[in-house]
Design a protein around this ligand. Structure first.
Ligand SMILES: Cc1ncc(COP(=O)(O)O)c(C=O)c1O
Length: 451
């Protein structure tokens, strides 16, 4: 009889984060200052980030010790379980073995607290009293609200407008942990007021919410900004997922042939997949697949270029796969995947052929999520449904080819606050958006002129 779950003890939480930078097949391009378009130094980031995180953004050290107070909070839910999806395998009739890491067991319901706790800790240690941030689906805002509460800090969250109204209880959750949450664009910032004046009906986007949160932090002395994805240090903090998964796959006596995660800014995918990069480089044939929405196909249809991280051009420019910072993605229910860019680290590995990318429309993803819920019992976030859609495709391919593939994926979050989306799916009110080719073409014409 096979086991359903592979568990580690609290003492087996990884004690260091894994930094992929020394293992990259090509050098990273530096971030550029948004005004001068010259390489940005640590001093350019000091207005909104604490020194320790800037150092982590740039370090070439392979393993970075996790501070004891951070480990102490992570122990509230880590190590997370590794499950074998035996019932999904049976439902699909596939010879593939499917494993998943369940990050939905954190207090906020996703992988996001892994970095929120670390970021709040380093900001608190630097004397910062208040953090601002953006949130799409609300998972990141909830995670930072939780983390600020743990370390006694104030938290201000700009939540993408369409998600704010799709998921009102996410705001309540943030308020339970003492945070403030407003729909973005808001009239609290200059960036928000300008966007509202141009388009009062805008659904908002992560790029817009980032502009507001960065402006708020830059204007308040006691406040820093905190980002839930994309940056190197965020991906670094998520590598506890992949390190635990490697130990748990060993317990199961398996190594993955395919590692899958959904991609918004790339952090949950990287958290699971990056610790496998050196194993792949050493010759093991492992496919690392990032999955994105067809309505916001950053890696599959974007270009690799310098672009701003936000709509208003306030952040440093990052060399990344991008659809253009002006692009406002359609209001799909996977709000956490509605971002115009991709983490520079994931983008580089994608360009170098280490990481593959695929995209799926939302109806097919909901179908896969329901198949998973009915087989495994777990109702996942719409973001996670993208990973599951790819898992189902790969498992069916293995069936067609008669191959015993081992698939590992990241269950990045539960969908308990996403019932409105499931309800719309059942009512036949969800639809697939056309690939917004014209809007993306226009946004790409507005890329900053940096080589
Ligand atoms: C459950 C869940 N999965 C995935 C994502 C995408 O973010 P990332 O690509 O950084 O993991 C989000 C973002 O909000 C999320 O809430």
């Amino acid at each position: 009889m096979s086991d359903y779950r592979y568990l580690l003890s609290e003492r087996e939480i990884p004690k260091t984060w894994y930094n992929v930078i020394p293992d990259l097949p090509a050098p990273m391009s530096p971030p550029l200052h948004p005004g001068t378009l010259q390489p940005a130094g640590p001093q350019d980031l000091e207005a909104i980030f604490p020194h320790a995180l800037i150092e982590q953004e740039m370090t070439l050290a392979q393993n970075i010790p996790i501070p004891e107070p951070v480990l102490d909070v992570l122990r509230l839910w880590r190590p997370t379980p590794l499950h074998r999806a035996l019932r999904l395998e049976k439902a699909l009739g596939t010879p593939a073995r499917i494993f998943f890491k369940n990050e939905g067991v954190s207090p906020a319901g996703s992988h996001k607290p892994n970095t929120a706790i670390a970021q709040a800790y380093y900001n608190k240690a630097a004397g910062v009293k208040r953090l601002t941030t953006e949130t799409g689906a609300g998972q990141w805002g909830s995670a930072l609200a939780l983390a600020c509460n743990v370390f006694g800090m104030e938290c201000m969250v700009y939540m993408v407008k369409c998600s704010f109204y799709q998921k009102p209880h996410r705001r309540t959750m943030m308020e339970c942990w003492g945070a403030k949450c407003v729909p973005s664009p808001s009239d609290l910032t200059q960036a928000g007021r300008k966007i509202l004046a141009d388009d009062p009906e805008t659904p908002g986007s992560l790029g817009i919410a980032i502009s507001e949160a960065v402006e708020d932090a830059a204007l308040h002395q006691d406040t820093n900004y905190s980002l839930g994805s994309v940056l190197n240090h965020v991906l670094l903090h998520q590598t506890v997922i992949g390190q635990e998964a490697i130990a748990q796959m060993n317990l199961a006596g398996a190594t993955p042939d395919i590692v899958i995660g959904c991609c918004g800014g790339g952090s949950n995918f990287a958290g699971l997949a990056f610790p496998f990069v050196p194993i792949k480089a050493a010759g093991k044939n492992i496919r690392l697949i990032g999955v994105e929405p067809a309505a916001c196909p950053t890696m599959t249809k974007g270009i690799y270029a310098y672009d701003f991280g936000d709509k208003s051009g306030m952040t440093p420019l990052l060399k990344m796969d991008t659809l253009g910072h002006d692009f406002v993605p359609p209001g799909i229910h996977a709000g956490g995947l509605r971002y115009h860019g991709m983490s520079p680290l994931v983008s580089l590995l994608h360009r170098e052929g280490v990481v593959e990318a695929v995209s799926y429309p939302q109806l097919k993803c909901f179908e896969a999520a329901l198949m998973f819920a009915r087989a495994e019992g777990l109702i996942v976030a719409p973001e996670t449904s993208h990973a599951i859609c790819c898992v189902v495709d790969e498992a069916l391919k293995a069936k067609e080819e008669g191959k015993e593939k081992t698939i590992l994926f990241n269950l990045s979050g539960h969908g308990h606050f996403d019932m409105a989306a499931y309800e719309k799916y059942f009512a036949g009110e969800l639809f697939d958006y056309e690939y917004p080719a014209a809007k993306i073409k226009e946004a790409l014409e507005h890329l900053p002129k940096a080589s």
